[in-house]
Design a protein around this ligand. Structure first.
Ligand code: COA
Length: 415
């Protein structure tokens, strides 16, 4: 079967997490992704957080599937020549170097356009144009600058970062969409263009509901579905909402059987308005169905914490999976807090290819997250990440380099 991006060739100049997330997705959709790395060291993540000495880390392997790796010193004149050949041969250059690094290497947008006017140049940077555009940025910096940290955690605690890599993987996702959109526009215009995703923008985009709440707060001074209501206080910016729902249906995390020893024996419960009657019946509070203090969503708002505590008395009598089964019978929205161990072992995620076991020549078998975007006509087969420089000779030969020329590049330590 053909793949959606068959025939698209990507010059992958990415490293760490944000850029590699993007190019991995493009590879899963069928693009030929050629990862350019420095000889000897490669992407820094190959050696970070290693669990097996001398073997590419899971950090690297889980972000670089289905790619080819070539080594190239792009600061040496001969390396620049190879890079020029690659630029002429590829459709997209993806990079997430520190601001200005590509220019310093001699490959400005103008120079790339001269070499290949059809080339799309896609970049992740920490910040967009403005006071911080020159800064180097990692995940948590973006979470802090994009509004996530200020709005995550509990009211009486400090700002919190989240485990979801919304700055890195979130930016990679945004960039991938920008690239396929630019490829589509190129079919009309015949021209390449620049695609930029700033990590701050990506995080803010994912925190859109908090900017919504900022404006609601400024208009009304209070947000009734936030845990600060009715007994706490609101300041002039969106407070941390604990585990409150981000939408119009109130929700909270409730204890289940075993919570004293199991850190994940919890369930997320949503007091969805249409399910109110059945919720009351299930927890044995039928009198709440018609009681004026509880009968309507508005009446319940100042009593949400009391309601959640009452539902929790019920959820504490069963495991999170039993609570899930009980509530699902009646279409009450809820979700168990699944540990990474439980997710890794979940058969249905294996069946859909969301969790995949991959074999690697140096590390053996490991688990990874497969393609979360499923295309019916372009199925993803996850292939192991490349060893450093594994495809250097293959790619150079494809570009027209002879064996003698390749040997020369090697003797000059360019590859
Ligand atoms: N051959 C020769 N030189 C190479 C090379 C190659 N194949 N690949 C990279 N380099 C050089 C770069 O040109 C750069 O040189 P310069 O500093 O002389 O211009 C140098 O390697 C280091 O690149 P840099 O991006 O500055 O790496 P870093 O480790 O210092 O910084 C980040 C890492 C992630 C902080 C930085 O790249 C960054 O801010 N990126 C944008 C935001 C981002 O994506 N952050 C999230 C990462 S998950």
């Amino acid at each position: 079967m053909t793949k959606a991006l068959d025939g698209v060739r990507i010059l992958d100049f990415t490293h760490v997490q944000s850029g590699p997330t993007c190019t991995q997705l493009l590879a899963w959709f069928g693009a030929d992704v050629i990862k350019v790395e420095r000889a000897g060291e490669g992407d820094a993540t190959r050696g970070q957080l290693r669990d097996i000495p001398g073997v590419d880390s899971l950090y690297f392997t889980m972000l670089n599937h289905n790619k080819r790796s070539i080594t190239l010193d792009t600061k040496k004149p001969l390396g620049k020549e190879v890079l020029e050949t690659l630029i002429k041969d590829c459709d997209v250059l993806v990079e997430n170097f520190a601001p200005g690094a590509l220019d310093r290497m001699g490959f400005s947008w103008e120079r790339i356009q001269e070499l290949n006017p059809k080339m799309i140049v896609a970049s992740v940077k920490g910040f967009g144009p403005g006071p911080y555009e020159h800064c180097k940025v990692y995940e948590n910096v973006a979470q802090c600058a994009g509004g996530s940290a200020a709005t995550t955690g509990f009211d009486d605690g400090p700002p919190m970062v989240t485990g979801a890599q919304i700055g890195d993987s979130g930016s990679g996702l945004h960039l991938a969409l920008g690239i396929v959109t630019a490829l589509y526009q190129r079919t009309q215009t015949g021209r390449g263009q620049k695609v930029l995703t700033s990590m701050q923008d990506a995080v803010l985009n994912l925190c859109r509901v908090k900017l919504r709440d900022q404006q609601r707060l400024e208009r009304t001074g209070v947000m009734e579905e936030y845990p600060q209501y009715p007994n706490g206080t609101f300041g002039d910016s969106v407070p941390r909402a604990g585990n409150a729902s981000g939408g119009g249906q109130p929700g909270w995390i409730l204890k289940c059987k075993g919570w004293e020893t199991d850190p994940n024996a919890y369930i997320y419960f949503v007091a969805q308005a249409p399910a109110w009657g059945v919720i009351c019946r299930v927890i044995g509070k039928e009198e709440w169905i018609s009681h004026p203090d509880y009968a309507t969503p508005r009446a319940r708002l100042p009593r949400l914490m009391e309601i959640f505590a009452t539902v929790e008395e019920w959820t504490k009598t069963m495991t999170k999976f039993q609570a899930m089964d009980e509530m699902n019978q009646f279409d009450i929205p809820c979700g168990p807090i699944l540990s990474m161990k439980e997710i890794a072992e979940e058969p249905s995620l294996r069946a859909t290819g969301t969790i995949v076991e991959v074999d690697h020549p140096e590390r053996g078998k490991y688990l990874t997250v497969g393609n979360p975007i499923k295309l019916s006509d372009s199925p993803t087969e996850v292939e192991r990440s490349p060893l450093l420089g594994e495809h250097t000779e293959q790619v150079l030969a494809q570009l027209g380099y002879t064996g003698e020329q390749i040997a020369h590049l090697r003797s000059e330590h360019v590859i």
